[in-house]
Design a protein around this ligand. Structure first.
Ligand code: BEZ
Length: 390
């Protein structure tokens, strides 16, 4: 949208000066309530820092409109319609839950509004249900969990029991882990999906895992559910005999200190931990600490990189929905996670995965990187986006 600057107040202004700057209206759709509320706040903190860091010299005003999606697809769909049709945003970003992303896919595709996904890992959004309007700056559920199946078997673990919340992310993460773990020769001796956002007592599920004959347990939980799960796993006395592994959201730096000593020794995989050593991460962690007083997490870096991608698109000359959508697909930069690029076939991010252990550090719990698993593109699963022209 052009910002028109009138010649002078009170003059007969039948003419306008040329536009001095562009405004970009950004709809930020995040959970600010419910089990993923802290994730939403962290992504927003990263997004705002990213705009401040990279967007200040663009001459563009980024107007951010926030909406609370909770983790509820129908709620999010209503908010997305408002942002697209009523507020006429130029671009959407955010989305934490895979269920929400799945529900929004057709609306985004049909209304041709670019969406920069800043969390939700739903494989289908960059697979069989991909869209040129959906670009992911976070991770896909398969991308984080697939390498862990192979790695865990290589560590000598033969039998695993799996647990996850019963919705798209839980099912896709466990499916990806299961496929690579069994391909490597491992055995899944049992699995359960717990009611999402409603399970307070994991005891009955843990009792079954304990009786299963597994060597280890592999899970996906995030946010408030991760805190409850990790604490209950420890107080059930399972950690010593049945080591706990998972997708790294389980012991995210965002809430690991709320989990406390129960999180120590848990081994998990993620696309970012704040202990990665590179210059871009040093600059990011310093700036984030100065802003918030704490270290960033995978959620904050996703917000930060989503904002940077938007700024890069704007700097390449994009001003509206169509040009932003095309420019976002071409973004690539060296960020806190290392080198990032968008897979032109699926619009998913290509990035390395880090296996880390939660250990006690000088200032509380920290993330010790055990292995860096090389970046690889997700299978396209039928997605064939037309190449972006230069
Ligand atoms: C998801 O629903 O895709 C998701 C939610 C929280 C953390 C990671 C993934």
């Amino acid at each position: 949208m052009k910002r028109i600057v009138m010649a002078a107040a009170g003059l007969a202004t039948s003419f306008a000066l040329p536009a001095l700057a562009e405004d970009i209206k950004v709809g930020l759709m995040l959970p600010y309530s419910g089990t993923y509320a802290s994730l939403g706040n962290d992504i927003e903190a990263g997004f705002r820092l990213g705009l401040d860091t990279y967007g200040a010299d663009t001459g563009v005003t980024f107007d951010i409109l926030t909406e609370d999606t909770e983790a509820k697809p129908p709620v999010a769909l209503g908010k997305a319609k408002k942002l697209i049709l009523q507020d006429r945003v130029d671009v959407l970003s955010g989305i934490v839950s895979s269920g929400v992303l799945g529900a929004m896919r057709d609306l985004i595709h049909g209304s041709e509004v670019p969406l920069i996904v800043a969390n939700a890992g739903n494989d289908e959004a960059t697979g069989e249900a991909c869209s040129p309007w959906i670009t992911r700056l976070s991770f896909s559920n398969g991308q984080v969990n697939r390498p862990m199946g192979t790695w865990l078997h290589e560590q000598g673990v033969g039998k695993v029991y799996t647990l996850a919340p019963d919705y798209a992310a839980g099912r896709q993460m466990i499916d990806a882990f299961t496929a690579s773990f069994t391909d490597a020769g491992g055995e899944i001796v049992g699995q359960q999906f717990t009611p999402f956002g409603k399970t307070q007592d994991f005891g009955p599920y843990l009792a079954k895992a304990q009786a299963s004959g597994a060597d280890a347990v592999y899970v996906f939980y995030a946010g408030g559910e991760a805190i409850s799960f990790v604490k209950q796993y420890d107080s059930f006395g399972l950690k010593a005999d049945l080591p706990l592994y998972g997708a790294g959201f389980l012991t995210s730096p965002l809430y690991v200190n709320a989990e406390g000593p129960a999180a120590e020794g848990v081994i998990a995989a993620l696309h970012y931990v704040p202990t990665i050593e590179n210059d871009a991460n040093a600059a990011f962690t310093t700036a984030f600490m100065a802003e918030t007083g704490r270290l960033p997490s995978e959620y904050s870096v996703q917000g930060y990189d989503a904002a940077r991608a938007l700024v890069e698109a704007v700097k390449s000359g994009a001003t509206d929905r169509a040009s932003l959508g095309a420019a976002l697909r071409k973004v690539s930069f060296d960020g806190p996670r290392g080198k990032l690029s968008i897979d032109p076939v699926t619009n998913n991010l290509i990035q390395p995965i880090y296996v880390y252990e939660t250990v006690a550090g000088d200032d509380g719990l920290t993330q010790k990187v055990l292995a860096t698993l090389p970046a690889s593109a997700d299978p396209a699963n039928g997605c064939e986006l037309a190449p972006v022209s230069n």
